[in-house]
Design a protein around this ligand. Structure first.
Ligand SMILES: [Zn+2]
Length: 371
């Protein structure tokens, strides 16, 4: 029963729509990543760095020119799961939990809920004129939220959320206590269905929003797993590799589905296109898709295994450190072979030719071996 229905869009007060928020400090409490008390909220754009990452020149190590989503691939690669533990946070080593907090301080949370919800109707409440009012939020595009307030006859209407999985679009209508409330760790257990949740992307919302480690890690692994299956060297699996690639493509398409191309005004008043996304997770999936189309596939460092992005097909190392480390290892192996050849009675010239090093260097190696 609707009377006095009104809708309004999100006021353009915060920042451009593609921006994302982060706090200066996060903590893990009861298995949930949340802003620490007194942490400062800041909005930033993950996109300018992305454009810049394309300007890599030949010979430059990729480390300096990686898109933001590469840092998530690196994080997932570094996570250490402890044997015997299946529950978060205990299944993750202390070091891994520290890495996740560092990552969140640089990038914010992934916005898992903001990629999953479609609409929420809050529990009705009485306004100052003693009317019974129900507030509803609907997802528009990017970070645009439609807010509707309706006056209803009686209070006995429950709060409901329309929500789906990250890689499954089947919607479910459910009470906030089922999924929505997981992302609001400070809301009391008995209040989960009646709480006046703030409008998404407002300061109050950002301050209350948290992500359980299990939700953060599962979402990160879902995206990174799909990226790796579409990379230059897909991980070995027991099933059909072709099917795995198809599934990976489906996952990327589902994760970037809510990203839209919108029009915005430039500073000089002209109209420019901009990418708008409801979550960092969706932005990352979209950046990856753009890189793939652009011819910048995901590779894996031959030294440490970290995934990285490069348009140079011969690129082998994620960083200068890894390149130098492997160079050192190669030299050490050559030195060992040179000594073995010497023990077999080969001449210096023969040894230099077979290990592919200048005679002077081989001489130096063998001299240091004697001393
Ligand atoms: Zn490396």
């Amino acid at each position: 029963m609707l009377d006095n229905a009104q809708t309004k869009g999100r006021p353009r007060a915060l920042a451009t729509e593609g921006d994302w928020w982060r706090f200066s400090l996060y903590e893990i409490r009861d298995g949930c990543i949340r802003p620490a008390d007194g942490a400062k909220l800041e909005w930033y754009s993950p996109w300018p760095g992305f454009e810049l990452s394309r300007t890599q020149t030949v010979g430059q190590t990729p480390a300096a020119t990686q898109p933001n989503y590469q840092s998530l691939m690196k994080l997932v690669h570094q996570l250490e799961y402890l044997p015997g533990e299946t529950r978060y946070p205990d299944c993750l080593s202390q070091k891994s939990q520290g890495l996740i907090l560092d990552w969140c301080q640089r990038n914010g949370l992934l916005g898992v809920l903001l990629s999953r919800w479609e609409a929420i109707s809050l529990a009705p409440r009485h306004d100052h004129a003693a009317r019974c009012v129900q507030r509803r939020y609907f997802r528009g595009f990017g970070q645009v939220i439609q807010v509707q307030e309706i006056t209803i006859a009686s209070e006995d209407r429950n709060a409901t959320v329309l929500i789906h999985g990250l890689d499954d679009l089947t919607p479910a209508e459910e009470a906030p206590s089922k999924t929505w409330a997981r992302f609001f760790p400070s809301v009391g257990f008995s209040e989960r269905d009646t709480f006046a949740y703030p409008q998404p992307y407002t300061v109050e919302f950002c301050q209350l929003y948290g992500e359980r480690l299990i939700d953060f890690c599962n979402a990160a692994r879902l995206l990174v797993g799909a990226i790796l299956h579409l990379g230059r060297k897909p991980p070995k699996i027991t099933g059909d590799p072709k099917l795995a690639r198809h599934q990976a493509l489906d996952t990327i398409n589902l994760l970037r589905r809510p990203v839209a191309s919108a029009l915005d005004f430039a500073e000089n008043g002209s109209v420019k296109p901009s990418r708008v996304a409801p979550s960092l997770l969706a932005s990352f999936a979209d950046m990856f898709a753009q890189d793939l189309i652009y011819g910048r596939p995901t590779l894996q460092c031959t030294c440490c295994g970290t995934p990285f992005v490069s348009s140079a097909y011969q690129a082998r190392y994620c960083s200068k450190t890894c390149r130098l480390r492997e160079q050192k290892q190669r030299l050490r192996a050559q030195m060992k072979r040179a000594k073995a050849f010497r023990a077999q009675g080969q001449s210096l010239r023969q040894i230099a030719a077979s290990v592919g090093q200048p005679l002077a260097r081989v001489k130096r190696w063998l001299r240091s071996a004697k001393g």
